[in-house]
Design a protein around this ligand. Structure first.
Ligand code: ADP
Ligand code: MG
Length: 692
């Protein structure tokens, strides 16, 4: 008798499982699955529910069903009209009722199933005039003749796994099944008391039920457990980060009313309530020796800069320097002008300098010397700020704008310029639901600016049918004729930046040649080295229409740009579209945003029409979450979380429970010394730059 060699370890590569060769292993690797453990931990993201076997006579069109019957006929043929290969079959159930089956481009079915076979099929029931009741591309399983045998793999609840070309959910389910005996060996990261308090399955149970549930409840319980554990791990990492940050003290910034009075007098407008609240949050943080670590989240144009400027002023009042880092030179220069305008008049000793790599060497040397000798209170700049030779005499506050554009290391380098740890303020213009922010940026505290300065005319947003594109072009032309400028955003191409660049280039050439022949056009995409120069030309007004890919964040104020046309708008998230449109109408003139949808389905149009009615980015992010799910709100790799965790975040209570537990554990076991599994996983997470 042959000895069955079972893979003994969870850490073995998936190839150790039967029927997974190198090719399939490579496919699984694309899904992040390398070991048997990875395979077990990757629960299905959803289910098809076909129910148990049903008599053909009681099928109703439009539902999903399982049917058991005998194959009466089966044959493969070429479709006449299209180049499609069809496999057609008829099955008859025990009552003598028949059901037609058709598979497209799956000729192997005719080799696997034969006349007289007893089979089970599961699929969506359809009714057509020509073939009566039928199923297209149903799942199937041969039942080897005997009446009593019930389908094991088809019907009931069938898992949906993430796939790449060459894989099917059924194949993955088979591999998982062969790995399930090892589920009992999975280590549980969740401490038993946490599991008890929250009625969570242990990991082995969750994995078994998550892949092979007996009912909906099983899967719900399994995914709740898996999500909880994942979020727990993440929050444990954040709790540890917060503790680590608190260890190295910051210099407290004492609150001074006279600073605020001077700031108010100089800034030239009344702060909005939201700005005041955020400023107040920051002041309270800065008064302590635990360094501030705050994220300021607010729409484009909501006035985050003024909040940062107030903090800079307060730090200056305590004799501390500040630094502001922005991802591009244009943004840095914009900040330089703003901070000077906000601060220099009211605070005579407060000088603001710029540090970017395009400056001459002597100029950079001068700024470096000023920073190192405390001759300037604020240095604004780009990555040039984190070079080794940049030193500050007494840095008390570090601000990072568009913080998602920087890696953890870069932010750490900036913070490293301080004496001890400077207070830290990160800014982002990506409104996301509070729960998601807490889950993804959990090491920071959050201030939300959910209110726009008064007097801004909201951007008029319109969804335009692709057939009416000419009307959109006319609107663009009209604005340009009135001396304004326009953006044309090309459709999102997620596969590669090269493809996106190519399609934008083609669109640019087409527009120049056929549509805006008499206008000055330019093109900007992620592959171009001289992006800043192009933006500069646009800002200067030398370009009338700027064609851009989605990868290029047009994060600059161009008050003269009044219209933005977005192609393939249905492929973007609402929050992202909202961010785009925030770039027009920043001057006095009315801004317009024209959304062209490739997919004119009712769903797509309904979703886009929200943009015509809703102006607030946070509301849109919430809506987007409801419609498309939390997972779609950020790029897939950006959040580094599994589907079950993202779905779980849709219930805010869960996250606060998780946070509480993580904090409680860290308090009783600083550094997680008594929880080595958790400690190791937290350490791994802290190394990933995708966090924070
Ligand atoms: P963000 O960085 O959040 O996108 P900015 O700080 O660039 O926004 O502010 C956008 C514009 O609104 C700037 O011109 C700024 O001077 C102005 N602004 C900011 N706050 C107010 C306010 N409370 N009242 C009037 N204008 C404001
Ligand atoms: Mg800004």
């Amino acid at each position: 008798m042959a000895i069955l060699v079972l893979p003994r370890t969870l850490d073995a590569p998936v190839e150790k499982l039967p029927d997974i060769g190198p090719t399939n292993a490579r496919r699984l690797e694309k899904l992040g699955i390398r070991t048997i453990r990875d395979l077990l931990l990757a629960l299905p993201f959803g289910w098809e529910s076909y129910g148990g076997p049903t008599a053909i006579s009681s099928l109703s069109p439009g539902t999903q069903a399982t049917v058991v019957g005998f194959v009466k006929s089966i044959n493969a043929k070429q479709s006449l009209r299209r180049r499609i290969k069809l496999t057609e079959a008829t099955i008859v159930d025990q009552d003598g009722a028949s059901l037609r089956l058709v598979w497209f481009n799956m000729q192997f079915v005719a080799r696997q199933l034969h006349k007289g076979d007893r089979i089970a099929v599961a699929g969506t029931v359809k009714l057509s005039r020509y073939s009566g009741l039928n199923m297209q591309n149903p799942h199937y399983e041969r039942l080897d003749g005997v009446e009593e045998i019930q389908p094991a793999r088809v019907g009931g609840m069938m898992p949906k796994y993430h796939l790449v070309d060459g894989l099917s959910s059924r194949r993955i389910a088979r591999w998982v099944e062969s790995a399930l005996p090892l589920a009992g060996q999975l280590e549980d990261l969740l401490p038993p008391d946490v599991r008890e308090r929250h009625h969570l399955l242990d990991v082995g149970d969750a994995v078994r039920r998550g892949h092979k549930p007996d009912n909906d409840e099983d899967y719900v319980e399994a995914s709740r457990r898996m999500a909880f554990a994942e979020l727990f791990e993440l929050q444990a990492a954040f709790a540890l980060m917060r503790n680590n940050i608190a260890v190295e003290p910051a210099t407290p910034v004492r609150y001074r009313q006279e600073v605020i009075d001077a700031f108010k007098a100089g800034v030239g407008f009344e702060l909005t309530t939201a700005q005041r609240r955020a400023t107040w949050d920051a002041f309270k943080d800065m008064e302590g020796t635990v360094p501030m670590n705050r994220l300021l989240d607010g729409d484009v144009g909501s006035g985050k800069t003024a909040v940062a400027a107030a903090c800079v002023a307060m730090a200056h009042g305590s004799g501390l320097q500040s630094v502001v880092m922005a991802p591009t030179e244009i943004l840095a220069r914009q900040h330089l002008r703003r901070f000077r305008a906000y601060l220099e008049d009211s605070f005579p000793g407060l000088t603001v300098e710029l540090l970017v790599s395009s400056q001459s060497a002597p100029e950079r040397r001068r700024v470096r010397a000023a920073a190192a000798s405390h001759h300037c209170a604020l240095v604004v700049g780009t990555h040039a700020l984190i070079e080794d030779d940049v030193e500050f005499a007494n840095l008390g506050l570090a601000v990072v704008d568009e913080q998602h554009r920087f890696g953890t290391r870069q932010r750490e380098l900036l913070r490293g310029k301080g004496l001890g740890r400077p207070h830290f303020l990160a800014m982002t213009a990506t409104p996301i639901p509070r729960t998601l922010a807490l889950a993804v940026y959990g090491e920071m505290t959050l201030s939300v600016i959910d209110q726009m300065p008064p007097g801004r005319t909201p951007i008029e947003t319109e969804v335009i049918d692709p057939d009416n594109r000419a009307r959109a072009y006319d609107l663009v032309r009209k604005e340009v004729a009135a001396g304004r400028q326009a953006f044309v955003i090309c459709p999102l191409i997620e596969e590669s930046e090269t493809l996106a660049a190519r399609s934008a280039t083609a669109e640019f050439e087409r527009l120049q040649k056929d549509v805006f022949t008499d206008l000055k056009l330019d093109l900007i995409h992620g592959r171009l080295k001289n992006k800043e120069e192009i933006m500069q030309r646009f800002v200067a007004g030398d370009v009338q229409v700027l064609v851009a890919t989605a990868v290029v964040e047009v994060g600059v104020d161009v008050p003269n740009a009044t219209v933005m046309m977005i192609e393939g708008a249905d492929r973007f998230g609402l929050a992202q579209l909202h961010q785009f449109r925030g770039r027009v109408g920043r001057g006095v003139a009315q801004g317009r945003c024209l959304l062209i949808a490739d997919d004119p389905s009712e769903n797509a149009l309904n979703r886009l029409s929200l943009l015509t009615r809703v102006r607030d980015g946070f509301t849109l992010a919430e809506e987007d979450m409801k419609i498309r799910g939390m997972g779609e709100l950020m790029g897939p790799r950006q959040h580094g979380m599994s589907d079950v965790a993202m779905v779980a975040l849709e219930q805010p209570e869960l996250l606060s429970e998780v946070r509480e537990e993580a904090e409680r554990l860290l308090e009783s076991d600083p550094g997680f010394e008594n929880h080595p599994l958790l400690k190791a996983s937290v350490a791994r997470r802290l190394e990933l730059t995708s966090i924070s």
